[in-house]
Write a protein that binds this ligand. Structure first.
Ligand code: NAD
Length: 470
């Protein structure tokens, strides 16, 4: 598939294969672009941004709604492509499509609600006789750099609000899974002037870095790993940056919890998309009194998962993004076992597949829970009190989301208030998200919020216009 720059299809002498992690077949190729191509995209976006600025909010909103309809019509095709390039079960890809449609719809609605406010200057010293109001203006050009795990919905979380508030966009899709995003960019381009939507494929370290350091890009909206995010924050200079980074999310299960509900939450949270979810359940902190019963029920439910061809509707556990990624998970689990952890279920790898794995007696010094493990692993850590649970939950550099299962109102509120994370859910796992909620972590999990309305705030600048009425 070619890149889309200034409304034209552009390729390159160097091409990269996009492979299906399930069977290693080549699905398509994409250009490996270099700096000159990224520069061309920046120029085209800067030329086109005025065309969008001139458009009424009414028209922008309608055009986004038109794209919603087109995405709905092509839902099945997009889902299939997503499964082929990411290896996630087709039912999960269909859910990503439904969420993508919803995110786009929220942006189409938000396009009509972008406004400033009146400001009472006469409340300030010497302000008598002045009237002022603010406007929220587009920044200009927004670069969206996105990861492989939810490539479509996470890209739409950036480019839909960016366009809703009249910015031109340049998309740097994930290297491993660029196709769904590139196909979606074509749909957007049918509605908007050439140059408003551009895609640049290639390596993050070259084209991504060029976008990050360019003075002609006004905002970087990045989702990906902490390592890349930190690098971007150091290089971006005087431009706005939103960083949605990794997570090491805890789920706390207290002794009075509804164990079945907690188990269902953990199954979804730890094994969804083969555990490759930023807000996936990565540490299960369980009060000792119920840990045996909890672990037994968790194993029972884990063993019901069906690993197989991701295109098969009965598959509930697909591959990881690559065999290399699966090997990394395997090594991390084996390392925890050497240090005393016990595998209760799973623990085997086959190519890019890694079994859904429940591992008990995990301690807080094991790499498995110190770093973000991006795979289908449910590590259980035992604690003896709510105080200890909160301490363990906070013993991490990350702070994306968290969940606590309890029927005790006081302990629920205590955990919700004391766990350092952007979101804490009571009686729900960390993996829950609706696409309109403010989403974004504390600590190394990032800077800024997404969730359409909140993304718009980060993709506009506020101008004050003051009138001297005397
Ligand atoms: P990654 O950081 O390796 O890559 C993300 C994107 O950054 C890719 O498009 C990549 O090409 C680009 N990139 C790489 N080096 C770059 C550079 N030097 N300059 C600019 N761009 C560069 O992440 P990944 O492996 O694709 O994704 C997994 C990570 O993403 C996990 O840590 C996961 O938790 C995180 N994630 C976070 C969220 C969130 O919303 N907080 C959502 C999904 C995934």
């Amino acid at each position: 598939m070619d890149m889309l720059i200034g409304g034209k299809h552009i390729s390159s002498d160097d091409l990269e294969d996009v492979t299906n992690p399930y069977d290693g077949t080549v699905i398509d190729t994409v250009p490996i672009a270099h700096r000159q191509t990224a520069d061309l995209a920046i120029q085209e976006a800067n030329n086109a941004k005025y065309d969008l600025f001139e458009m009424s909010a009414f028209k922008v909103s309608n055009k986004l709604f038109n794209v919603v309809e087109k995405l709905k019509e092509n839902r099945e095709d997009f889902a299939k492509l997503l499964t082929l390039e990411v290896g996630k079960p087709i039912n999960e890809s269909l859910v990503e499509l439904d969420r993508s449609i919803e995110t786009l719809k929220l942006a189409a609605e938000e396009a009509k609600r972008i406004h400033g406010e009146s400001v009472p200057l006469d409340a300030g010293l010497n302000g008598k006789g002045f009237f002022a109001f603010t406007q929220r203006l587009p920044l200009g050009v927004v670069a969206a750099i996105t990861p492989f795990n939810y490539p479509l919905n996470l890209t739409i979380h950036k480019i839909a609000p960016a366009i809703a508030c009249k910015n031109a966009v340049i998309i740097k899709p994930p290297t491993q899974a660029p196709l769904t995003v590139m196909k979606f960019a074509e749909l957007l381009n049918e509605e908007f002037p050439d140059g408003i939507v551009n895609t640049v494929t290639g390596y993050g370290s070259e084209v991504g870095d060029y976008l990050v350091t360019s003075a002609d890009v006004n905002k970087i909206s990045f989702t990906g790993s902490v390592t890349t995010g930190l690098m971007i924050s150091q290089k971006a200079g005087m431009k706005k940056v939103t960083l949605e980074l990794g997570g090491n999310d805890p789920v706390v299960v207290l002794k009075d919890a509804d164990i079945e509900k907690a188990v269902r939450g953990v199954i979804n949270g730890a094994f969804l998309n083969a555990g490759q979810v930023c807000m996936g359940v990565k540490r299960i902190i369980v009060e000792d009194d119920i840990s045996k019963e909890f672990a037994e029920k968790l194993v029972e439910e884990t063993e019901k998962l069906v690993m197989g061809n991701p295109l098969d509707k009965s598959t509930t556990l697909g591959t990881l993004i690559s065999e290399k990624a699966a090997i990394q998970v395997e090594e991390t689990v084996n390392n925890a076992v050497q240090k005393g952890a016990k595998i209760l279920s799973g623990g085997h790898r086959d190519g890019a597949f890694y079994e859904a794995t429940v591992i008990d007696d995990v301690t807080t010094d094991m790499d498995l829970v110190v770093n973000e493990t991006f795979g289908p692993v449910a590590p259980i850590i035992h604690v003896n009190s709510v105080e200890e649970a909160i301490k363990v939950a906070n013993d991490t550099d990350y702070g994306l989301q968290a969940g606590v299962f309890t029927n005790d109102y006081y302990n629920a509120m205590r955990c919700a208030q004391e766990i350092e994370a952007g979101t804490v859910f009571v009686n729900k796992q960390s993996t829950f998200r609706t696409d309109n909620m403010p989403f974004g972590g504390f600590k190394n999990s990032g800077v800024g919020k997404e969730g359409i309305k909140y993304a718009v705030e980060e993709m506009t600048k506020t101008k004050l216009i003051g009138l001297n009425l005397r």
